[in-house]
Design a protein around this ligand. Sequence first.
Ligand SMILES: [Zn+2]
Length: 372
Amino acid sequence: MGIKAGREAGAWPLRTPTRRQAARMKMRRPRLTSSVALQLIFLSGLQGAMWTYSGPEGQDHWPEHYPYCGGTFQSPIDIKSELMRFDPTLRPIQVQNYNLAPGEQLTLGNNGHSIQISLPHTMHISSLPHRYTAAQLHFHWGSRGRAAGSEHVVNSRQSAAEMHVVHFNSDRYPNVSTAVDKSDGLAVLGVLIEVGEFNPTFEHFLKFINGIKYMGQRVQIPGFNVRALLPARLDEYYRYDGSLTTPPCYPSVLWTVFRDRVTVSHQQFLALATALYASSAQDSAPLPLNNNYRRLQLPDSRTVLVSFKEDELPWSDSGLLVSVLVGSAVGLALIVSLVCCLVRRKRSSTEQDKSNGVGFSVGDRDEYGSRV
Ligand SMILES: [Zn+2]
């Protein structure tokens, strides 16, 4: 089955593709299915840091070895109000078997680009047109003194960090490495993370972080409730078609970025930002692992579907502006009515003075009225 057939058969019933997206689907299929060489690059990329976020192997140079990184429909993007469109058909995200027993061992590793936790294939998303089975989760973050390292930003507001829970389309593909370059291959849940209240769930893996300080290190950790890493509300989110945010940047990701943010304490953020190295333990010049986020990519005529109503959009900056404008208008109305009231009273007392001057009493309404 071709991807075009899959799309027509309802692979993406949650939204109608634009003409350009449809063209991309047709175009992408032959290139992606024949990209065995790119898959090999991807797999070797998993085994070591062949690219970096800055420097000679940094983002500017990714397209030289990974052509998709210089292509269209890339991630992350700035999720701006003008790109958003409310879609009432977007159902709440439902995740299954996310509450892992402590007896279930997970691998926590440092791959030189991030820290990553392997996830069992029992975990999946059940609310999308296909079953998307969990593969791994990982993080992107800023640095000490700069708590701004999320990849997605909402109306230009960057969060301190971001978690990605990567799932693959297990209805169509046997594993994540087969699905990674297919246009309906991956679904990633993005969670924006702010510095604020202490997050006890993060301790389930942060307490092991000193065991994976260097690239290539990994430890086994007990299972925990992964659902608790997600925000409380799974019904409010942004949805768009995008890509892996690391080489080889395949445009194969159905993105769900939740509206609600989660928090970690300043100490917990610092653990991510300062405890890890992108270099191996043997390296004589340790390279800190921080600021591991990709810069914003062009929207390329994409629409971001929004699962919640427009009047509830969290436009923090414009929301503040609206509050100030409404407050100012109310204040101005009060001042105007106060001034009117004072003028009226002043005029009234002047006319009363005049009336008193010609012999009418204040209470003599009939006579006063009859004069007019
Ligand atoms: Zn990521």
